[in-house]
Design a protein around this ligand. Structure first.
Ligand code: ADP
Ligand code: MG
Length: 364
């Protein structure tokens, strides 16, 4: 899958842009505040139906306008799918996929498998397990078609169970939720673990190039200690505590993936630049996995490519991301070195005060 065309209207400081992209490497250059991240944000919005910077549409719609519009052409196995999305400040959304109105923004995720890397992405390692679960589940979602259904069902069950927890007096009152919960939890954990085990060698081989000086240990935690007790036993034994807290303390909603060096979490050992490289290795592995095993093309949005990375690491990274066969959108402040970093044919876009222009090859 690749994004072939994108028209943007009244999105942040981009008033109007009609863009045709390279199916591999797209480099976006501009000064601070020119609109580079806004362009990535528009692509992200089209892929996920939401922004990575704000939950409020009113922040995203261009000042003094009522709505933004994105129109794109997505290429999937030689088939072109037009996708249009309009969102107004008042909260209305209109999504059209292939000319048909679609009521669910979640339907977008099937068209553009996006991975975003920004200077804040090291939160994947330094932040809460929620970030790592989201990372893992992204891959399982594309790998295993049954995952989404189980995941959505568990989310609903847990919500109902937590509401019931606050009201019930004995554990027996919860049995109704827990039979199904345990069954689905085992399934989800298996799906997650299986994906993580398949992904691990890809992550390790990328890390071997990025951070060869370290030896890493990886561990998948399913959300309860399986070797100790079954989830059913945990749910039963934790009843009093869960009842007081008002939520369920064991289960797949607590799953995590742990990365360590000599027994310490990587976040406590690596520098900021090294953490960023680690995150790149994780995401790149997912892109490779998607391409080689799931036969889908990943789209990487990389904001501020060079931040925190020395020249040598930038060079290694550029080689890996171009080799990954993904479609890339990379923002940079400094245009130096582009041709050295990205040797294969690529498109360059200049952004200035929200105006985006493609720089033709013979003018570079
Ligand atoms: N809703 C909006 N309407 C118009 N301009 C906006 C809106 N939101 C942010 N901006 C402006 O858009 C500009 C571009 O921001 P951004 O894309 O983050 O720049 P860059 O990534 O190139 O540094 C900023 O100057 C910001 O003030
Ligand atoms: Mg920016």
């Amino acid at each position: 899958m690749s994004l072939a065309k994108l028209n943007i209207h009244q999105f942040r400081n981009i008033n109007a842009a009609n863009l045709t992209f390279n199916n591999k490497v797209n480099i976006i250059i501009g000064d601070n505040g020119s609109g580079k991240t806004s362009l990535l944000e528009a692509i992200y919005f089209l892929g996920l139906g939401r922004s990575f910077r704000s939950h409020l549409t009113s922040r995203i719609v261009q000042h003094d306008h009522k709505e933004f519009t994105l129109f794109s052409e997505v290429i999937q196995q030689n088939l072109t799918t037009p996708i249009g999305l309009q969102k107004s400040k008042s909260g209305q959304s209109i999504l059209k996929i292939n000319g048909t109105i679609s009521t669910k923004l979640a339907n977008l995720t099937h068209y553009l498998p996006l991975r975003l890397i920004t200077p804040e992405s090291s939160a994947l390692l330094t932040g809460s397990p929620k970030n790592r679960r989201a990372f893992l589940d992204w891959g399982v979602f594309y790998h295993d078609p049954l995952f989404y259904h189980n995941w959505a069902r568990i989310k609903r069950l847990l919500k109902q169970r937590n509401a019931a927890l606050k009201q019930c007096k004995t554990y027996n009152d919860l049995q109704l939720w827990d039979n199904e919960l345990c069954l689905l939890s085992d399934k989800i954990s298996e799906q997650r673990q299986c994906y993580f085990e398949l992904l691990t060698p890809l992550i390790k081989s990328t890390l071997n190039d990025f951070l060869p000086e370290f030896e890493f240990q990886f561990q998948f935690f399913c959300g309860w200690d399986k070797n100790n007790k079954s989830l059913a036993e945990y749910l039963h034994d934790n009843f009093l505590r869960d009842n007081q807290l008002g939520y369920t303390t064991a289960g797949p909603q607590k799953a995590d993936i742990r990365f360590k060096i000599k027994g310490f979490p990587v976040a406590d050992v690596l520098s900021r630049g090294q953490l960023k490289l680690f995150v790149y290795a994780l995401q790149l592995a997912q892109g490779l996995f998607l391409n080689s095993i799931d036969k889908k093309q990943c789209i990487f949005l990389i904001d501020d490519f060079s931040s925190e990375l020395d020249q040598n690491k930038q060079q290694i990274l550029a080689k890996h991301i171009t080799d990954s066969n993904a479609q890339l959108f990379i923002t940079l402040i400094e245009p130096n070195n582009i041709d050295k970093l990205f040797t294969q044919q690529h498109s360059v876009f200049h952004v200035e005060h929200g105006q985006i222009t493609e720089q033709l090859e013979n003018n570079r």
